[in-house]
Write a protein that binds this ligand. Structure first.
Ligand code: TRP
Length: 325
């Protein structure tokens, strides 16, 4: 049997090139080799954003980006967590198999506590990785393509799977995280992370002009004031984008930046062209779906019926070994 992949993202709206490089591109290449399930984490998103009024819209926008980037929903079902009740059921059962002490050690929870404060931390956030374990194990995912930050959640998933299998009988695989080859993209403002909330992103849907405008404002090496000044590519975020989107020209750009022969304006222009080349086919495809959102919903609903069948079969096995009912 083909190995199974479970990949998921929270629906926060249109995706940016950081999502693409850090996750989506990986999903697309892996769908050839594996049986893939693509989950819209529309419960998880409530842990940080209880305003649910935009979830539907954001889901459609995100799924358009997935399909435009090359996810084939015929081959790999795309579905919403909230539409398959088995997620909540398995989440509840799993919550009996992990201690609160273990969940309190979860590093993403610690980050959250740092960002908020303990008083405003929701119970749901403590259970976040338990719900994620249910997402993965309901489909018996063997491989989970994630960024570095999600590895602790996959580790918790493995512990829960092990615990369940010991306690009740072998039902679940122990999934492996699969890290993306490329480290995540730096934001346009130089922040270590490109993220919607920081407003430092290039969207998959951005036009060439929008990319150009955004790059124009991007910070480069502060010591390079004008063309002719020697630059330090290693501190320049535009150079880091070249590495990803324009690898062939990297040696030349590096030499000419250091010598001063290449100015930031021209370098940014080159960068605009190469990012645009990457995004052009995606943008074209997303335009088609942009005006056919009903079709996108139909694709999701179809994915949900297939995902549900798998989830129900897993829950049948779970109930059987647990002697529930
Ligand atoms: N927590 C993941 C993130 O924020 C999203 C997610 C939810 C997920 N369920 C998942 C990722 C299952 C992989 C597998 O990126």
């Amino acid at each position: 049997m083909a190995k199974r992949i479970l990949s998921g993202m929270r629906p926060t709206g249109r995706l940016h090139i950081g999502h693409y490089v850090g996750a989506l591109e990986n999903w697309v290449s892996m769908q050839k080799e594996y049986e893939n399930y693509h989950l819209v984490a529309d419960y998880h998103v409530l842990t940080t954003n209880p305003d649910s009024s935009k979830i539907y819209e954001n889901t459609i926008d995100m799924v358009i980006d997935w399909i435009a980037a090359g996810i084939d929903p015929q081959k790999s079902p795309v579905f919403r967590q909230s539409q398959i009740k088995e997620h909540t059921e398995l989440f509840l059962l799993f919550s009996m198999l992990i201690t609160t002490a273990r969940l309190e050690r979860n590093p993403t929870l610690k980050d959250q506590v740092r960002d908020l404060n303990i008083e405003s931390l929701m119970f749901g956030y403590l259970g976040y990785p338990v719900l994620q374990a249910a997402d993965i194990l309901l489909y018996k995912g063997n491989v989970v393509p994630v960024g570095e930050d999600q590895v602790p959640h996959v580790e918790i998933t493995r512990e829960i799977a092990r615990r369940f299998n010991q306690q009740y009988g072998e039902v679940f695989p122990e999934p492996e995280p699969k890290l993306t080859k490329f480290a995540r993209l730096v934001g346009l403002d130089g922040d270590a992370k490109m993220s919607k909330s920081l407003g430092n992103t290039i969207l998959l849907s951005d036009t060439k002009d929008e990319i150009q405008q955004k790059l124009r404002k991007a910070v480069t090496d502060p010591q390079k004031m004008r063309k002719g000044d020697p630059g330090r590519p290693e501190v320049c975020l535009v150079f880091s984008y070249h590495k990803k989107f324009n690898p062939e020209e990297v040696p030349e750009i590096e030499t000419n930046c250091r010598s001063g022969a290449l100015g930031c304006v021209d370098c940014k222009q080159k960068c605009t062209m190469s990012i645009n080349k990457y995004l052009e086919p995606i943008r074209e495809k997303r335009l088609y779906y942009e005006s056919r959102k009903d079709e996108v919903l139909a694709i999701i609903i179809d994915g949900e019926s297939r995902a549900r069948a798998t989830a129900q079969e897993t829950m049948r096995q779970v109930r059987e070994v647990m002697k529930l009912g």
